[in-house]
Design a protein around this ligand. Structure first.
Ligand code: KG4
Ligand code: ZN
Length: 331
């Protein structure tokens, strides 16, 4: 039995969630639109906005769950990976609260939390569970053998899949974040119009930086003879770009599922919001006869509910940290 307040502040979303006896009861997220003006997240602006928002977000999360602050049993926070300044805001807030209430602190790994988002709602996957984690900062295939035990099967050697969406959008003159807008425009386009070759990486690894360069050079050549090439072909470009990223992701993920023999698989992280990736996962479910899972939309993007869920397993095991806990920026 316990009530946990969880805080997520690793990138550009300030979020707080309250979990009561293993059940998420609120999940408040405040996004930072300011970054779209800059074509990407500006770390200094992100940490300032976290400072401005954190109190309001925490109060809303408590109010929505009908919980008084003095009834909390523990405070959880994202330790990393993420932006140092942003992480520090959440960690410092969590430490201050835990100290004043004399309750334990729980640190949570952001990536593990993205995968444990699958366990917030029913139906929950069974182990072994293969998860394709695709976000703005990370792309990896992980085999979960328990809530707290996992094995990394492969990861990107450079950019993340979300970054490929974001950088592709930037090259096409679209705003940040690029994933949602490419997803939308791709619905009206032909995914087979332009072809980009999959980068060759060993095993279940990925690489996206070469793809981005391929898009850049392709457009540079086309624009030499037709200045309006992007405007005239925007939907087809978005559809072809999305097709390339998603098919590349799925090619390796399918192989990993078959090789591991897992009967339960899912996607997590911001890119799991992509409609084409979702439909390909359901196709794979039919093809391989496996159960597939996608967390609710609000639990795919950065959110504190997934931090609370991950913290719950640690709370049950009394895995607490001291006030000397520090953020980590890289995995
Ligand atoms: O997990 P997340 O919210 O933050 C990180 O931890 O990185 O993921 C953000 C990423 C961004 O790169 C964004 O473009 C991408 O998720 N994204 C999408 C879609 N919605 C968000 N990518 C493709 N299609 C979408 N619908
Ligand atoms: Zn994330």
């Amino acid at each position: 039995m316990g009530i946990i307040l969880a805080i997520e502040s690793s990138c550009d979303d300030t979020s707080a969630s309250v979990l009561i006896d293993g059940k998420v009861c609120s999940n408040v997220i405040s996004s930072q639109p300011i970054h779209s003006l800059h074509g990407g997240v500006v770390p200094e602006l992100a940490s300032r906005d976290h400072q401005k928002n954190i109190m309001v977000v925490v109060n809303q999360a408590l109010a929505q769950a009908n919980v008084e602050v003095h009834n909390l049993s523990a405070v959880a926070f994202t330790r990393g990976p993420g932006l140092l300044g942003s992480l520090l805001v959440g960690i410092s807030f969590a430490k201050g609260l835990a100290l004043s209430l004399k309750i334990p602190l729980i640190e949570v790994d952001h990536l593990q939390a993205h995968m444990l988002a699958h366990f917030i709602d029913e139906p929950k996957p069974a182990f072994p569970f293969l998860c394709l984690l695709v976000s703005g900062g990370h792309t990896q295939i992980v085999e979960l053998t328990g809530h707290q035990s996992q094995k990394l099967l492969g990861k990107t050697i450079d950019d993340a899949a979300g970054e490929a969406f974001d950088k592709g959008a930037k090259i096409l003159g679209l705003p940040y974040p690029g994933g949602p807008i490419i997803d939308k425009l791709a619905k009206e386009g032909d995914p087979h119009r332009f072809k980009f070759n999959f980068p060759q990486v060993e095993g279940y690894g990925y690489s996206f930086s070469g793809l981005k360069t391929a898009l850049l050079y392709f457009l540079r050549d086309e624009l030499k003879t037709n200045q309006e090439f992007i405007q005239k072909n925007l939907n087809d470009l978005c559809a072809s770009w999305q097709y390339t990223i998603v098919e590349y992701l799925m090619q390796k993920f399918e192989r990993a599922i078959i090789d591991s023999g897992a009967k339960h698989a899912g996607i997590a992280g911001g890119v799991a919001a992509n409609s084409y990736l979702r439909s390909r996962l359901f196709e794979l479910s039919q093809k391989l006869g496996i159960e597939v899972y996608i967390p609710k939309f609000e639990y795919c993007l950065d959110n504190a509910a997934m931090i609370a869920q991950a913290a719950w397993y640690k709370f049950e095991n009394k895995e607490f940290v001291g006030l000397d806990a520090v953020p980590f920026t890289r995995q």
